[in-house]
Structures are given as structure tokens and as C-alpha cells.
Design a protein. Structure first.
Lengths: 452, 452
């Protein structure tokens, strides 16, 4: 562990508090770099899942903040002894839970730069580079995914970085909602109906509730083992027809490319064909699954994307970008801006009023926003599409190896049934040996079950 | 500028892509530390406001991402030549626009740690330390602000870190909304009415629109020069009575301690007294103003806070914490959880089901969340309340010095009128000499106007 020495007490003693002295910054940040590099070096030595009990930390820390400064060295000792034992090590190569949250040196450097500038890019003028680099990077990633130009700034659409999928769904839902209420009137809010499969992430119904959609009109459409847990266009059509007959207004469909429970892929083209018949906004949530589509051999999962209204993908899941970073592309940025724009006196400025620039505050929930595109920019430039593709392919190869291991043992099956082991390969540091070790552990568990 | 060398090509050539090699990380991150320290050292040499024209970056960057990796050295040259000219330098000591976004070495180190662990603390189990340190730190800051124990985990309430004030307002508004609709039924959504003064940040009406509040029922109550632009309890009462008479349901009042345009302070105790008569949820937005209340001599601005339902304060504004970090305290966490909880199969776990732990995903819009409390923890421990207080006092002292300068020149007045110069002191690096230089510039502008 790097040693982060105390704040120079002379500063404080002299009555001069200097919270950002460049040389003090340099000294302490170098020590932090060593601490972090050492953590990454020995990450395999920690248990992946934290072993602490609820409220473990409460008794170790004082109830009130200190009045006097404490030396950084003492704080970092507490990080090692109090914080790290309570961490579930998402970056461990032995992490196969939930979904991976992948990382890289380039993204870390980008995050450092983002923090360094601390520029608050709510509108163009507040920091032009922040807005303009985001526009470039969103177009870059759209190109890598072969999205149609209707989603690019260089075409007729555009993209924006949100924090998480929840916000991407929320803002597009609000855009669709306000478009519909503009036609029908505010009193029809409780008549709006929304659609997704029963495999859709829970964040969808949560976003609907936040946006004031009547909970009774949030449709969770059934899927089946036989249908690969994908949403059927026929099921969608009949649900929409039923709602229309009941006097409701079909509003929004959330499709998924890679569901959380079973990695199912909805047939987005066929579903969008149905939705178009009823003027329903179609969103594609490909939070992790979309990343695979930078490889030509997986791109077919996005077939039909040219027919939808919006797409969200979180590079913090599978494109090495650290949390949080969710890319949202829309065909009609104007629909977002109409629903989310604010124009207070204290933010008025010439470039915004001339409409010659993009003001990203009108594309998101919040006002303030960080310079997040730096992370993605560094990842894409520093590694190139070639390495990003090989990273995806390596994970897929390891997952297939695991599948072969499971199939080779008659006591296991690759499941289509109801209870299952969910094994998610993809942590940045995972190599074949970690997958093999996990399989050994699972087999030992099965051995134990057989003996008992 | 530090030199960040190319990725080791041997890795790629060998077909082995290693995006998080600890020694490569160490080497490149050390170089980035030097780059950033050098940037902070020379930050005064940059024009505060970026001088670029709209679309300046578009022509400098390729339209598509690179296929092959590029050396980090080349990327950092572009940061210097293409990105930095497009940045409005919020950290410059000569930055007196908008509101300051303050920073510190300790917060930077905390952000590096947060990024390092990349733990995704949506529920307790996903990373216990992330949840528990946040609980401790939220209580610490509540203590520093002398909030009543009804807002603390050690009492009967609790706090959570949101990204921005917008989200803090949105989630409390949704909690209040769903509490009301639970009584009246979903069909009354368009009858709910919300209140704030005409000085309230635009983010309030935006949050209301997102939550599906009828735009016709968003009251922007008048304030006056004579009243110091504070919201009058009598004005509130008459607006609420009028809405009741019209068959509406008064729902939510957003008060402000330190408005954006004129730093007005609403009398929160007296307003809460009115609101309580009608069962209206009262929120205090003290995004920047609340930070001053860690000093006993300014604490009176929060008098009456024991009567409200929720309070939000953004340490990224005036407590040295970098973006984004908005602390939200609520008296009844259960009301947030009822409105925002999700419980999908893939996130079920024993600690959550036993209700022995807090799952912060149910206190916010998104699911995923970063380990943000590390930043605040390092700031509070590394500097101590003593230094944080002296930081606030130093800014106030400089603002008063500027006021004296203005009063000493008969051509200017400290305004209560309609058009004004807004001069916001508080960037981390600002010293008296920067304020004096800005005043010299303003006087020269006035000289020019007089001559013309």
C-alpha cells in the first residue's frame, strides 16, 4: 500500500488553508496511484464477495466528523482495514455475478482528466469541449455499432451520455409521453399504456412509475422457454389492440437486446413494425448486449434498429469504461428538448439562443453534468476498435468454454428450465484459469450434494 | 505536460489484449498525475471562458473511431491542443460566473479510489462498504449542519448521495406524489399542485414535469425586492387556499436557502408552518447555501429545518468535492422506498429480505451507483470541520471585500434592482488578488462606458 502522508500542517498552522496546492496534489496523487496499482496487482487475494455482516462499519467509525484534519496516511490505513473488507470486488477476475462492470487503464486516465477539469457542461458555453467531444464520441460509437445515420449528429439524430439505463428510459419515456399529451391533453396521462416483456429489467417499470404512468397500464408481456424468452410481435399486437379497445393510448415499447436473467434478444425489427402501426415509441435497451455488436458476427442482434426511436447502451458494462456511462441515441432530439428544456435568465447566452449549438442539459434529468466523454474517447483511441472487438470475442470464447464444461458433466444441463446457475463471464481481468477454477468449485458443490 | 507513452505494442502483437495491466496502469497513471498537477499549476494562464466558436472540434477530429490503437502520448497532445482550448476553466481562480464548483486534493484522491474499486452498490450485498460508508458520511454531514436527528440514520431518518439537485427534487416529489395518490387515487394526478417562489431554480419545474405534475398546477409564487426575494408565508397560504377552492390537492413546496439569481433565503420555518396546515411536503434546496451552515454564524439560515420533510445540499458546489455529489436527507426513508423500490429475482438476497440493511437503489432514480461517499469521507477527515469552516469564511470575506470595492465607487451600486452584475466568489483557488484584478477589469469597463 502506498503511503499517503499527512497534509502539510504548516499550511493550516499559518491559517492558510490550501485545498488544491499543485505540489501537494502531485505528491499525494502519486501515492494514490501506487495504492491503486497495488490493489489491482493483488485483487485475486481478496474474497470476491465481502464477508462482513450488516452494520459492520458503524461501530468502527466515530459518529461525528473530526474537527481537526487527520493525516492521509491514517485515512488510507482505514481504507485498507475498514473499507476493503466491506467491498465486493467487482473487478476481481473471479467475479461471475450480476453482470460484469468492466474497466481499463485508458478509462481510468479519462476519468482522472474528467475530474481534473471539473467542467460543468450543462450548456455549450459552460465548456464547449465537453459538449463537442461528447457529440464526436457518440457518433464514433454509433459508427462502431453500425447504427443508421438517423441516430448520428452527422445525420439527423444524435446521442448523449446519461448516468444509467434508468435515466435513458426515463427521458425517452417523458419525451414520448409529452408528445402524446400534446395531442390528447394532460387529462389523458392516466390512459397511456406502456409495453415490455416479462424479462425486461425492473428499471423499466420504475421509470414508468417516476414518469407518472398509471401502474395499471404497465404491461409485462409473457415470454416462454420455447420462444427463447424473447417478446413475440403477435403478443405485442394483441396487447396493444386490447388496450385500444379499452380506450387506452399505446405509448411506449421497451425492447431488450440481452435481458438480465437469460440474455434473451427481442426481435426489434418485427416488434417495431407492430409498434409503428400504432404510433408507439420504440426503445432498445442493449445495456450490455449492444457492446457485442461492434463485432460483425454479432451485429445481427441489432437488425431492425433503423426502425426504432431510441437506443441505449452502457459502455460501463462491457466496453471497459468504469461506472457510470450510458449512451443514449435518439432519432428526434427535438422531442427530448421539448420535454426537458429549461431556459432561466441566468443561463441565457448567445450561442444557445442562436440554436447553433447543443445544450445537453435539455437531454437529461439534471442540469449539471461532468465531462464524461473523455473516458470513452480515451478507450476508443487508446485501444482502437480492433482491441475492443478482441476483448468481446475473448469473453464470448470463455463463456463458450464454460458451456462445454457444463455439457461435459451429465449432472448439469445448460438450462431452459426454471431454476438455474447464472454464470456471467466478462470481468476485465478474467482469464481461462479463473473460469476453470470456478467450474471446479461448482463441481465440488455438486459432489457434495450427491454425497448428502 | 507529462508524457503518456504508447500502449505496449507487444501485448497487442501477441494477440493478448490486457486493458488493466497493473504495471502499465501504474506507469500511465503517474504520468497523468503530473499532467494534472501541471495543469493546476498553470491554470491562471488560460482564459477563463473558452474562446472557441461553435463546432470548433468537429473539423479537428475524424468522423469515425480508429481501428488500430493510438499511443497515449499522441492522445495527450490532442488533449492539450484540441480539448483544453475548448474548456471553460471552472477551477480558475479568476472564475466568477454561475456558481463555483469547488475541489480539493482530498476529493480527487477519493474519486480515484471510487473509480479504482468500481463497486456497484445498488444494494447492500453488492458492496457493503459502499452503502455503510455512505450512511456514516451522511450522518457526519448532518451533524456538521446541526440537522435534527430526525434526518439521521442514528435517529429516525437518513440520507443518500444523489447526482444533482434535480434528482433530489425528483425523487422526493415522486415520494410525495405517490403518498398523495395512495389516498386520492391515480386519477387525481392532474389535480396535484406544487409551489415554489419565482426565484427557485428551473430544475424544480423540470422535475415536476418529469414526474407528471400538470404544468398548469406548478405555482411560481411572486417575490419582491422589498422582501429580499424570499417567499412570503402569506403568499404561500393564499395560493394554497386558492388551489383548494379550485378543487386541487396541494402537494409539495420547494423552498430555497440561497437562490441562484440573488442568493435569497426563504424563511423555511414559517413556510413549513403554513405547509403543515395542508399536509404539503416541504423540501429545502440549499444546494450551495447550506454549506455555509457548517459555520455557527451562518447556521440560522437553516432555522426551522426540523419542520420540513427533506433537505438537499450539493457539496460539489461549496464543499470542495468535485462533481457530482448532492446530499439528500429525508425524515421518512420509507416514503422514498415505497415509491422507488424494485425487487427483481436477480437482485434478491438474504440481507435485503431481512430488512436489516439499506438498499440505496430504492432511494434514487437509477439502479447502479458509484462509491461516491469516499470523496466526502476523505474531504471531511483530511481537512476536518475546522478547515472547511475557514474555507467558507475566507470566501465570504472575499465577497465582502468585493462589496466594499463596489460601494466605494459611486458609479456602481449593490443592487436591489433589475439589471445587475452577478459576481460569484468561491472557486477553490481564488485569492484576494484575483478578486482585485476582476474589480479592476470591471472598473475599466465602466470607464470605457463613461467615455463613450
Amino acid at each position: 500500500m502506498g503511503s499517503l502522508d499527512s497534509n502539510t500542517p504548516t499550511d493550516h498552522a499559518a491559517g492558510q488553508f490550501s485545498p488544491l496546492d499543485p505540489e501537494e496534489f502531485r505528491r499525494q496523487a502519486h501515492q494514490m496511484v501506487d495504492f491503486i496499482a497495488d490493489y489491482y496487482r493483488k485483487i485475486e487475494t481478496y474474497p470476491v464477495l465481502s464477508q462482513v455482516q450488516p452494520a459492520y462499519l458503524h461501530s468502527q467509525l466515530p459518529q461525528t466528523p473530526p474537527y481537526r484534519p487527520e493525516p492521509m496516511d491514517a485515512i488510507m490505513k482505514d481504507v485498507q482495514s475498514q473499507i476493503i473488507p466491506g467491498i465486493t470486488h467487482w473487478l476481481s477476475p473471479n467475479f461471475f455475478g450480476f453482470f460484469p462492470a468492466t474497466v481499463s487503464t485508458a478509462a481510468f486516465l479519462g476519468e482522472m482528466l474528467c475530474t481534473c477539469f471539473n467542467s460543468v457542461g450543462f450548456n455549450w458555453l459552460a465548456s464547449p469541449a465537453s459538449t463537442e467531444l461528447e457529440m464526436v464520441v457518440m457518433d464514433w460509437l454509433a459508427h462502431a455499432l453500425k447504427l443508421p445515420s438517423s441516430f448520428m449528429f452527422s445525420g439527423t439524430g444524435g446521442g448523449v451520455i446519461q448516468n444509467t439505463t434508468s435515466e435513458a428510459v426515463l427521458v425517452t419515456l417523458v419525451a414520448a409521453r409529452d408528445r402524446a399529451l400534446g395531442v390528447h391533453g394532460i387529462d389523458f396521462l392516466s390512459k397511456l399504456a406502456v409495453y415490455a416483456s416479462d424479462q425486461t429489467h425492473s428499471t423499466f417499470s420504475k421509470a414508468c412509475r417516476i414518469a407518472g404512468i398509471n401502474p395499471a397500464n404497465i404491461r409485462s408481456l409473457p415470454t416462454s422457454v420455447e420462444g427463447g424468452f424473447a417478446l413475440s410481435p403477435a403478443v405485442l399486437r394483441s396487447a396493444v389492440e386490447e388496450d385500444l379497445a379499452a380506450g387506452l393510448i399505446p405509448l411506449y415499447l421497451c425492447t431488450t437486446v440481452g435481458t438480465t436473467s437469460t440474455t434473451a434478444v427481442d426481435p426489434i425489427g418485427a416488434l417495431a413494425d407492430v409498434a409503428r402501426d400504432y404510433g408507439v415509441w420504440v426503445h432498445v435497451d442493449c445495456a450490455y448486449g449492444g457492446s457485442a455488436c461492434i463485432c460483425p458476427e454479432f451485429r445481427h442482434h441489432l437488425n431492425g434498429v433503423d426502425l426504432v426511436d431510441s437506443v441505449s447502451l452502457s459502455p460501463h458494462k462491457w466496453l471497459l469504461s468504469y461506472l457510470d456511462c450510458c449512451c443514449l441515441w435518439v432519432k428526434q432530439p427535438g422531442s427530448l428538448v421539448r420535454a426537458l428544456s429549461t431556459n432561466p435568465e441566468y443561463l441565457k447566452n448567445k450561442p444557445s439562443e442562436s440554436s447553433s449549438v447543443v445544450d445537453f442539459k435539455d437531454w437529461q434529468v439534471g442540469t449539471g453534468r461532468r465531462f464524461k466523454s473523455l473516458r470513452l474517447w480515451l478507450v476508443m483511441r487508446s485501444y482502437g476498435l480492433a482491441n475492443l472487438q478482441s476483448h468481446i470475442r475473448s469473453d464470448v470464447r470463455m463463456a463458450r468454454m464454460f458451456e462445454r464444461l457444463v455439457r461435459s458433466d451429465p449432472r448439469f444441463e445448460v438450462t431452459g428450465g426454471k431454476f438455474m446457475l447464472r454464470f456471467a463471464v466478462g470481468a476485465t481481468l478474467t482469464e481461462e484459469r479463473h473460469v476453470l477454477a470456478a467450474w471446479k468449485l461448482i463441481k465440488e458443490g455438486a459432489d457434495g450434494l450427491e454425497r448428502s
